[in-house]
Ligand binder design. Structure first.
Ligand code: ATP
Ligand code: MG
Length: 423
């Protein structure tokens, strides 16, 4: 993409009403737009990052056997009354609205109920199980705290998958498979080494649930981690009994701030029973389906990545989710010959499938470099009269600042093989 075609502008100062580092940087770099507190819109570059994260999640869900659907955001109160979750005292984050005739409607804050009711039309026998169904859908939550930028918003997309199993054993296998898929997702995004499967409170049907917590200063949760044992426990459930349960001692755990990027939850028959989601087992008896739910917030991940990898110059994207792999910066000025030469390398890279943001604008080198650092693509390729005369391109790795001089052949080989490795 040619940068002259990008409508977004960068800014030197963060808006004064924005307190979180991730939103400050993403607004400065023109990735997001703030609507109101806790509500943000995605601009072109931000949308690409967001879609890249979604695609990694989608790929791993599909590999694990997930089937993608898209359920509605508007919700039927009658359904939620059946599970006792319409009540504002039970659920304090509802956004509710009304039809013209006065009938109440909800804006979904999660989808256990509608998923379970929808599946009633499709599950009747043990032969219909197991199933794994997911969607990426907007959730609306009237969150009281909205100080963490895009890590906690009042309107956000969640990937929520639901598993439907005939018994605990089948459920456990699905649960473990999802935990594995989550690990792959966080590894691929580049936060795997900082993300811990964390014991958290379980609810009615299981002792524990698991949160995937990424260690980051801006996180709103506190967890205890034993890096050696690879075990983490949320402060909310951290007691001597739990430590004993998990076979860790107090001086093994380390207390850190973390952000919940995903969670997996055994639901038992909490929803299938009241909603009548049953099936006929092999003995011909009607029994409730055993469910699980599995959430991930792509925008929260985008915020966490911003917090973790950015530096004083700006954003730093991992290659797996960067909007473009290469920021091609042409220092052409009025020099038509250099412009043509830079156009040529842009065409050569894009023809080979490399994602390139091409700064084709007529600006001073200092301005271009500062903006390039702020935007945070993994590699910057600089083309100038000097590099042309030397028959070389200057390649700067954003995360380390390391600079290499490569010939055209080396450059193409480098990025094209890189792209192929990713596939
Ligand atoms: P938290 O404890 O942080 O409030 P939660 O337990 O309410 O989160 P879930 O309902 O399980 O979260 O949501 C699943 C995933 O959706 C979370 O792991 C997180 O990645 C994301 N998520 C939850 N709430 C928000 C929010 N307000 N803004 C952005 N992402 C969110
Ligand atoms: Mg939670």
């Amino acid at each position: 993409m040619q940068q002259s075609q990008l409508f977004t502008k960068t800014r030197k100062e963060a808006p004064s009403d924005e307190v979180s580092k991730n939103a400050q940087l993403l607004i400065r770099a023109g990735y997001i737009h703030k609507e109101i507190a806790g509500v943000y819109s995605l601009l072109p570059l931000g949308r690409i990052v967001f879609e890249n994260i979604k695609n990694i999640v989608r790929e791993e869900m599909n590999v694990a056997g997930g089937e993608e659907v898209s359920l509605s955001a508007l919700q039927d109160p009658e359904l939620w009354k059946e599970t006792d979750r319409w009540n504002d005292e039970k659920v304090d984050v509802w956004f509710k609205t009304r039809l013209q005739n006065g009938t109440e409607l909800g804006l979904g804050f999660t989808h256990e109920e509608p998923m379970a009711r929808m599946m009633k039309d499709h599950i009747s026998s043990h032969k219909d199980l197991p199933r794994q169904v997911y969607h990426f859908q907007k959730k609306f939550r009237n969150e009281t705290r909205a100080k963490s930028g895009i890590m906690r918003t009042r309107e956000f997309v969640m990937k929520d998958l639901y598993t439907f199993a005939k018994d605990e054993e089948e459920h456990t296998a699905l649960y473990e498979r999802m935990a594995e898929a989550y690990k792959n997702i966080f590894d691929r995004i580049g936060i795997g080494d900082k993300t811990f499967k964390t014991f958290a409170s379980g609810g009615v049907f299981s002792k524990y649930s698991h949160e995937f917590q990424t260690i980051v200063d801006a996180g709103e949760d506190t967890i205890y981690v034993s890096k050696e044992k690879g075990i983490a426990i949320n402060e909310e459930v951290y007691t001597p009994e739990v430590l004993k349960d998990l076979g860790v001692s107090e001086d093994e755990l380390e207390k850190v701030e973390a952000s919940e990027v995903g969670n997996i939850f055994s639901l038992g028959t909490r929803f299938s029973e009241p909603l009548g989601l049953t099936f006929k087992n092999e003995a011909g008896e009607s029994v409730p389906v055993v469910m699980g739910s599995y959430g991930i917030g792509p925008a929260r991940i985008m915020g966490v990545v911003t917090e973790l990898f950015s530096d004083e110059k700006g954003l730093v994207w991992p290659e797996s989710i960067a909007p473009f792999q290469v920021h091609l910066v042409g220092l052409n000025g009025e020099d038509e010959e250099i412009k043509d030469y830079t156009n040529g390398i842009y065409s050569a890279l894009t023809a080979r499938g490399v994602e390139v943001l091409y700064d084709d604008r007529d600006l001073r080198p200092g301005e271009k470099f500062a903006e390039s650092d702020l935007l945070g693509m993994p590699y910057r390729v600089v083309v100038s009269r000097r590099t042309k005369e030397e028959g070389q391109f200057e390649v700067v790795t954003r995360v380390t600042g390391e600079t290499r001089m490569l010939s055209e052949e080396e450059l193409l080989q480098d990025f094209v093989t890189n792209e192929e490795d990713d596939d």
